[in-house]
Ligand binder design. Structure first.
Ligand code: ZN
Length: 502
């Protein structure tokens, strides 16, 4: 099979493989690295045997304590470099889609597991792929494909010997107590971009002014993606969205159309800066109820239509990000339809059969995420049964004020008898009351049950026989529900699932 270039790790014309920045993949690993990898692997095995979580970070922590250079050395041994995917929302799903495309093109993507998008998590992934002598087990077609937490990007990017592409999906207000305002995240990303090699491709969302305007002075190759469907957009930015200013002059932006939140066709009213023209654009986006979307790509190529089997315009954007990245890597366009094979990630509208109900688990961790998940599920305006959750992390991530930015208001009346859960269930109930979700009579009766498992059982009991039920929540409630579902035998452990399907 003819493979695309992707990076400089492929054999040269004379058949010699170029050596990596931090050592030869074929050489003997130093003893210290071997010890670090062995200790990490032992910790991974032990944590799985003991059932102590899925061991996504502890092995990496241990390995890095023994040999701080272990991660960089293992990353340097990936023959075809690495693609880094970051952003507030959609990075995991974009990676899942891109992994499908890469496999279709004959590559072997080495991906980090869900929840392993910070330094120790990535180290855990790499340790798992090394042998006991500390050498990476990878064939010539292996390419790194890593979802990276925005806050961890500078740290991780420094360790990657050959970053072939940096993908930024979008920048929303997210985890205010950790990242402060979007301006902080923008500064963080730009600092990181300035440290990357000049040939690292930047794959950027043209419709997000915060992303499109990143580090404009850099001459790196840029691949923009966006939506060009005049029938889909609204005239005004989402009222629940925060309004970005011009990335160049801080002037006020004008929108010709808005696809969701602050994503759309924007231009500055002060300096005239406009949205860059995307190389990968969806000329038509048809949202198919609460199940998916159909895209017609404006880019050249034999295949111009894609069916995205995941709901909402946010997943249409994830598909465009995956195709744009594949383009930046020189993958053939006949591999793009592999996006259609993507399955929902754990907690990303994951479907679980419980008794005679289809239950969908959907993570919503910030205002835009929560809004878009609810809109996707309720897009057909047919009432649906739901458990909604809200949790904070006292002392670590105490902020949940963003629920006042979620657009519950326009969905009032579509969720009869909701159940709310989590340690901030009462706050969520107050929010829903202000949004008009709670009235009188059994159909608008809300149940407040902080315990996630009891709340799940209550929500299921409120769901008529045979009907589906959705659990939309922040991380903690969903994890508790999923753990209980695993104990009952309805779903697999996360790590088993990842090793089997990713
Ligand atoms: Zn401007």
């Amino acid at each position: 099979m003819a493979l695309s270039p992707l990076c400089d790790g492929r054999p040269d014309a004379d058949g010699e493989r170029k050596t990596s920045r931090t050592g030869s993949p074929g050489g003997l690993a130093p003893a210290r690295r071997a010890l670090a990898v062995a200790a990490g692997k032992a910790a991974r095995t032990a944590s799985r045997r003991l059932g102590k979580g899925n061991g996504t970070t502890l092995p990496g922590h241990i390995a890095l304590r023994i040999d701080p250079g272990a991660l960089a050395a293992l990353l340097a041994a990936i023959p075809r470099g690495a693609v880094l995917v970051t952003g507030s929302n959609g990075k995991g799903t974009t990676c899942r889609m891109l992994a499908r495309v890469m496999r279709a093109a004959g590559l072997q993507p080495l991906v980090n597991g869900e929840g392993a998008n910070q330094l120790a998590g990535l180290a855990t992934t790499m340790v798992a792929r090394a042998d006991v002598t500390g050498r990476l087990q990878a064939d010539d077609d292996t390419v790194g494909l890593f979802e990276v937490d925005e806050g961890s990007l500078p740290q991780i990017a420094r360790q990657v010997a050959r970053p072939t592409a940096l993908v930024v999906t979008n920048i929303f207000r997210d985890q205010l107590d950790r990242y402060f305002e979007p301006g902080y995240v923008i500064a963080l990303l730009e600092r990181c971009m300035r440290g990357l090699p000049a040939d690292t491709a930047f794959v950027l969302n043209a419709d997000d002014p915060r992303v499109a305007g990143l580090a404009p002075e850099l001459a790196n190759p840029r691949f923009y993606f966006g939506v060009d469907d005049p029938d889909l957009g609204r005239a005004e930015p989402d009222p629940t969205s925060d309004f970005p200013r011009c990335p160049r002059c801080e002037g006020q932006l004008r929108y010709d159309s808005v696809y969701y939140a602050h994503l759309g066709h924007w231009a500055c009213t002060n300096c005239g800066l406009t949205r860059p023209r995307p190389q990968i654009a969806a000329a038509k986006v048809d949202l198919v109820g609460s199940s998916g979307s159909r895209l017609r790509l404006a880019a050249n190529g034999p295949r111009t239509a894609l069916t995205v089997p995941l709901p909402g315009s946010y997943n249409a954007y994830n598909a465009l990000a995956a195709v744009a990245t594949a383009t930046s890597c020189g993958l053939p366009d006949w591999s793009f339809p592999a996006v259609e094979q993507v399955t929902a990630g754990s907690l990303r509208m994951e479907r679980v059969r419980v008794a005679d109900h289809d239950v969908y688990l959907a993570l919503a961790k910030n205002a835009n995420g929560y809004t878009e998940v609810l809109r996707a599920v309720l897009s057909d305006r047919k009432p649906k049964r739901m458990l909604l959750g809200l949790n904070d992390f006292p002392g670590k991530q105490p902020d949940t004020s963003w629920i006042w930015d979620v657009d519950f208001d326009s969905l009032s009346g579509l969720v009869p008898a909701p159940v709310v859960s989590g340690n901030r269930a009462a706050d969520l109930a107050v929010r829903l009351k202000y949004a008009g979700w709670i009235g009188t009579g059994p159909e608008t009766d809300i149940a407040i049950e902080p315990d996630p498992v009891r709340a799940f059982q209550a929500a299921l009991a409120r769901t008529p026989p045979g009907q589906p039920m959705w659990v939309v929540s922040t991380q903690v409630v969903l994890r508790h529900v999923r753990t209980w579902l695993r104990q009952q035998g309805y779903v697999q452990e996360l790590w088993r699932e990842q090793s089997g399907t990713r």
